[in-house]
Design a protein around this ligand. Structure first.
Ligand SMILES: [Zn+2]
Length: 203
């Protein structure tokens, strides 16, 4: 084969490889993005590189709710305007964005950073359950809303948490069934999420 027809130069290959590691970016998209960046003004490429590095440097996890934040505790945990008797349990920080977008929930959150999944080797001690129980102990919380995803892992996690939390004398609710099975909260639309929140039912 003619050497000149061989694929990309090494630095482009490296960029393609790195982009290809991102979720939802296949080899074709990675290649397209790499060539886009190659053509983009150096300043834009610099801004992108800088934005990536500053999330890594400046973002940490809130020590109370484990949301991503640039100040600890996070804005929601610090706010005087939130209802401290309610805690909504989500799998990922992005789920908070989706729920906040509906503007109907005014309580606090707790991010598990995953869901129990025996098939993927994620056990109860691998997500932030211990921290949740410690947080609820002696707190003014009277309702825990389980907003884990509606897939198998999310349901398993919700049932497990229900078993642990209801003996504490706290009402445990689950988002209503308006969310189709398999829904990742992050991708649910506002109307569906609002309905699911408003129609939440005690487990
Ligand atoms: Zn927080």
């Amino acid at each position: 084969m003619n050497e000149n027809l061989s694929p990309n130069a090494e630095p482009i290959n490296r960029l393609v490889q790195e982009l290809n590691k991102l979720p939802g970016i296949g080899p074709k998209s990675a290649q397209r993005l790499a060539y886009y960046l190659l053509r983009a003004p150096e300043e834009n490429a610099g801004l992108l590189a800088d934005a990536i590095m500053s999330v890594k440097r400046e973002i940490t996890l809130c020590s109370i709710c484990f949301n991503v934040t640039d100040s600890n505790p996070c804005r929601i945990c610090r706010s005087d305007e939130r209802d401290r008797t309610k805690v909504c349990i989500v799998e990922q920080p992005q789920d908070i964005l989706a729920l906040e977008h509906t503007r109907i929930y005014k309580g606090l959150y707790h991010v598990l950073h995953g869901a129990i999944s025996p098939t993927e080797g994620v056990g109860t001690e691998d997500i932030r359950i211990k921290e949740l129980l410690e947080r609820l102990e002696g707190s003014p919380v009277d309702e825990v809303i389980l907003a884990t995803n509606t897939n198998l892992e999310g349901e398993q996690t919700a049932l497990y948490l229900h078993r642990l939390i209801s003996p504490m004398g706290i009402k445990v609710t689950r988002l209503a069934r308006g969310l189709p099975f398999g829904t990742e909260l992050e991708y649910a639309d506002d109307v569906t999420l609002t309905r699911a929140l408003e129609g939440r039912q005690e487990l």
